[in-house]
Ligand binder design. Structure first.
Ligand code: UDX
Length: 461
């Protein structure tokens, strides 16, 4: 067996997908594998990348992405992903070939390329230069399961063909029905992204296909998704490793692209245990002025202390909180703290935080469950509806906030979660899941074992 100290000659090239929710788990995986003795290279696109100075243990290689400005500003996830993959394959091959040429003169070698599934061009680039590869899935297995069902569901009429998709005109019955064989998901939870689902269905099909990779790595944990993992594994001929939650198993890193306002932790120090509702809709979701005002008054009138992240630019038509409704700032002086970006993991771990109003991005979901914090679920896009359904109906640690945002409903939801009987029960279930996760990452636990097996597989490549 190879000694840990000998592994620094083995380099792993990690290829993240640019958005924050994807970069974070890849950097955490890098931190985990570095702690196991491997050298880590982050091969990132020009568009949105971590600042190398925060990661002295990694080296960085830049891949030109030639992303046209109009594609980038369109916000069209399918077009951006397709463009990135088309444009990056050649440059990535070049980066890998150059590294291999340098290795010729030294003892080191690239053992494997590990890529975010949405950067599927890396699988082809690695194969071209004769390197092994592995895919990292940064969303839940539940999401993958429904993604892989999309072609069947399309055939069965769960969403209509090109140009016809409009969630408001698909018959209500079908929209709200549980899809046979896909509990707890309804047609309206399908991650279809745009009015024309076709391009995204194509991108997803390509991302899920494994041609030459040796394994699929998941940022998930068996105590949440073991059964689903068994189901999905049947679709593949390569091993699966549920390694997560990656932020818990890896030595901590400054993964945030935006600057964190750590002063909010001092504000939390002054609040009572489990009294604060933390509100954040992640790095992509946005709201209009009406939704912003409803949220503001719903929080203010709930009477509960709150810590609210309003990401700059996330209120459409404004830089930050200039569109605050009149009287709001005065009304919340005693109870509220509004910031631009939080040290989210520290906030969720703080004793004062008793609830999380979240958009249910997969990282936020795992971070909240890992700290035993129950949630108000307000999914906005992508896989978030799927996560919200599992949170509310399978793990039962969240309550759903559906339909148009309304201050009265928000007020009630906050009270139900923070001081209601229902909230108490959810908090107990969340605490039990937190304990199970702790066990999973200890020696003998499922994630701990999966990590050991992965390390052995990499060494054997
Ligand atoms: C995107 C998709 O929206 C999500 O559905 C998918 O699962 C991953 O990619 P994002 O919207 O950013 O992600 O949500 P999420 O996955 O929750 O990731 C957000 C990350 O930003 C988390 O790690 C969170 O800790 C961090 N964050 C968020 C902060 O550090 N500070 C904040 O104020 C808010």
């Amino acid at each position: 067996m190879e000694e840990r100290g000998q592994r620094s000659n083995r380099r792993l090239v990690l290829v993240p997908c640019p958005p924050q929710g994807h970069i974070t788990p890849m950097l955490n995986l890098g931190s985990l594998l570095h702690s196991k003795g491997f050298s880590i290279v982050i091969a990132h696109t020009h568009f949105s990348h971590p600042h190398p100075s925060g990661f002295p243990n990694f080296t960085f290689a830049s891949i030109p992405d030639f992303l046209p400005k109009d594609v980038l500003s369109s916000g069209d996830a399918a077009a951006i992903t397709a463009n990135l993959n088309t444009n990056c394959e050649g440059p990535l091959r070049q980066v890998l070939s150059d590294m291999m040429a340098q290795d010729g003169a030294t003892e080191s070698k690239i053992s494997c390329v590990i890529y975010d599934s949405l950067m599927y061009c890396a699988e082809a680039a690695a194969y071209y230069v004769k390197l092994p590869s592995m895919a990292l899935r940064t969303s839940s297995i539940g999401t993958q399961l429904i993604f892989s069902e999309l072609p069947r569901l399309q055939k069965e009429g769960y969403f209509p063909p090109k140009g016809m998709f409009n969630p408001h005109i698909v018959t209500d019955n079908k929209l709200s029905d549980i899809i046979p064989g896909a509990y707890p998901l309804r047609c309206k939870d399908l991650p279809l992204f745009t009015s024309d689902p076709e391009p995204m269905v194509q991108v997803i099909a390509t991302a899920l296909d494994i041609k030459t990779s040796s394994a699929i790595l998941w940022n998930t944990v068996d105590c949440l998704e073991e059964q689903l993992s068994d189901q999905v594994q049947k679709q593949y001929h390569v091993p699966f490793f549920s390694l997560g939650p990656l932020h818990k198993v890896a030595p901590s890193l400054p993964t945030s692209i935006l600057e964190e306002e750590t002063d909010c932790l001092l504000w939390l120090d002054k609040q009572a245990n489990d009294s604060v509702i933390y509100v954040s809709l992640g790095s992509l979701a946005s709201m209009d002025e009406r939704e912003f005002a409803e949220t503001a008054w719903g929080l203010a009138n709930s009477g509960q202390p709150f810590l609210w992240v309003v990401r700059p630019g996330s209120v459409r038509g404004s830089e930050w909180i200039e569109l605050s409704p009149e009287g709001f700032e005065e009304a919340i002086q005693e109870t509220g703290c509004v910031i631009r970006w939080a040290p989210q993991k520290d906030v969720l771990a703080h004793r004062a935080v008793g609830g999380f109003w979240t958009h249910c991005g997969w990282n936020s979901t795992l971070e909240s469950i890992s700290e035993g914090v129950p949630m108000i679920c307000q999914p906005c896009l992508f896989d978030q509806n799927v996560n919200a359904r599992y949170l509310c109906h399978v793990w039962r640690v969240g309550l759903e906030l559906e339909g148009d945002l309304d201050q009265k409903e928000i007020e009630q939801a906050v009270r139900r979660l923070m001081v209601g009987e229902e909230g108490k029960e959810m908090r107990l279930r969340a605490a039990a899941l937190k304990d199970q996760i702790k066990l999973s990452i200890r020696k003998g636990g499922s994630s701990h074992t999966a990590i050991e097996e992965l390390v052995n597989l990499i060494i054997s490549l």
